[in-house]
Design a protein around this ligand. Structure first.
Ligand code: MV4
Length: 477
């Protein structure tokens, strides 16, 4: 391997490394979000873009822009040599990966460091640790964080059957290199275990180049609750409360809110304490999220279990920002310079309630992607409403990337007020030229289970009523 010249960046008094120019290795709304944070901090920005994104808003928002390849992400936003060349060319001293694309690739973080670029995120070793779900599970167990009864890497069907007998049925087989719902198989009948194990191993090998799988007890109706953490390079770690993310379809979140409508103060404290304890145990640095499954069967004590840790800023970070007043992207940048957490309150209480709807370019009922041109656009506004989006009238939604067009976030003094505001905001929004999931959101927000706050991860698949969703294509009063 050839040696890469490593830029020399002396630390300033207090150990702070200044960041003057950030290359944003992403597109869409998150690229804008990062550039807005940089602008407010007096940091210059470099956009990278594929040929199809040449006139995108993230390019116009940046101080400089570099084309890094053709539309296919593998040849542009995921093409590490081109991104490093763009940073070198523009004299950027830091890289922000956003979410998706290279944001959780330990190899990218390592290459950035080798090239003297400050990767705005955690250490590569923690990204690699959390990308290995078997290792992550064991690490959490060692730190005293609750995990579901389960195994390490399972290789033989005899081993799997013995494990299932001790865990109890049903079980779930998960790929160690998977995550976010990819590479999972539920097994309800122990007679099917050996066969499903072989399929899971083959699929994991094909999808991730790693056939390792493990087994866990399957929780039939869990809620997905995650804790936002913020950690500095000096052992400081705090949490910024939870987000409830159970409204999802095929592991894509659709609506998120904070705080959760169902967590008791006692359970919330336990989850927050576990999350911070885990971060301190591994020496985690930067912002991150611990995802938990909450098993709350009728009539028995609710329990939470570690599921995964996301080592990036997440799409739904905005709901946490709205209830804490903390700019998470600015914090992420400050932490990458070596700043201590000192400036942040150690203890956060929710200021009201926030709800986020992800607006996607997709059919509201069958969810097929809807690329095309936006012919008319009006975004909601007013007290307590925030819209993070990169689209505009005349924008062409390319078929190559994620279908998310906008996030509409409403904040209120309590859940009732936040709900009324987001309903009002979704009645104001106009996106013409392509189909979007706005009608789906209008429908969800009216459902008694959603209004009560008592819903689990099966809410959408169990309740989706196509005719009722289609009736929401025009806003109703
Ligand atoms: C589970 C589970 C039940 N039991 N693990 C889905 C995403 C990935 N992070 C893990 N997931 C699940 N793991 C056990 N042992 C149910 C899910 C799951 C789920 C989790 C969170 C949000 C939505 C979900 C939808 C279906 C399944």
């Amino acid at each position: 391997m050839s040696r890469v010249p490593v830029a020399f960046r002396p630390r300033q008094p207090g150990g702070i490394i200044e960041i003057r120019k950030v290359l944003v290795a992403n597109r869409g709304e998150i690229a804008l979000r990062v550039m807005r944070a940089c602008r407010e901090m007096g940091i210059r920005t470099v956009a990278v873009h594929s040929t199809v994104d040449e006139s995108s808003l993230h390019v116009r928002f940046a101080d400089e822009a570099v084309c890094v390849g053709p539309p296919q992400a593998a040849q542009s936003y995921l093409h590490i040599p081109n991104l490093i060349a763009a940073a070198e060319l523009t004299g950027a001293d830091a890289v922000h990966p956003g979410y998706g694309f290279l944001s959780e690739r330990a190899d990218f973080a390592r290459v950035c460091a080798r090239c003297g670029l400050n990767f705005i995120g955690p250490k590569a070793e923690h990204m690699a640790l959390m990308g290995d779900k078997v290792r992550a599970r064991q690490t959490m167990a060692d730190a005293g964080v609750p995990i579901l009864p389960g195994t390490g890497v399972v290789t033989s069907s005899a081993e799997a059957i013995a494990a299932a007998k001790s865990i109890g049925m049903p079980v779930i087989i998960k790929a160690s290199a998977g995550g976010g719902g990819r590479g999972m198989k539920i097994v309800r009948d122990i007679d099917k275990l050996a066969e499903t194990l072989a399929t899971a191993q083959a699929e994991a090998q094909a999808a991730f180049g790693n056939g390792d799988v493990y087994i866990e007890r399957y929780v039939t109706s869990p809620r997905h609750i995650e804790i936002q953490v913020v950690c500095d390079m000096h052992g400081g770690a705090i949490d910024l409360l939870e987000r409830e993310c159970s409204i999802q379809r095929r592991h894509q979140k659709v609506i998120e809110e904070a705080p959760s409508a169902v967590l008791s103060d006692e359970l919330r404290t336990q989850m927050r304490t576990a999350a911070v304890k885990a971060c301190k145990a591994i020496g985690y640095q930067s912002v991150g999220t611990l995802e938990f499954l909450l098993d709350a069967p009728e009539g028995s004590r609710p329990r939470f279990y570690f599921m995964e840790m996301n080592t990036r800023i997440q799409v739904e970070h905005c709901v946490t920002e709205m209830i804490t007043g903390v700019d998470l992207v600015q914090e992420q940048i400050r932490l990458a310079t070596g700043e201590k957490l000192g400036h942040l309150d150690r203890e956060h209480r929710a200021r009201g309630h926030a709800i986020e709807c992800r607006i996607n370019a997709e059919d509201p009922v069958n969810f097929s992607p809807q690329p095309g041109t936006i012919t008319a656009l009006h975004f909601p506004g007013g007290f307590g409403v925030r819209v993070d989006s990169h689209i505009h009238q005349g924008y062409r939604v390319p078929p190559y990337y994620d279908s998310m067009l906008a996030k509409v976030i409403a904040h209120g003094n309590d859940r009732e007020q936040a709900l009324a505001r987001i309903r009002r905001a979704l009645d104001e929004i106009v996106v013409e030229g392509i189909r979007t999931n706005v009608p789906l959101h209008r429908w969800i927000l009216k459902q008694p289970a959603f209004k009560s706050g008592n819903y689990n991860t099966h809410f959408l698949e169990a309740n989706l009523d196509p005719a009722a969703v289609m009736a929401e294509v025009e806003p109703q009063s």
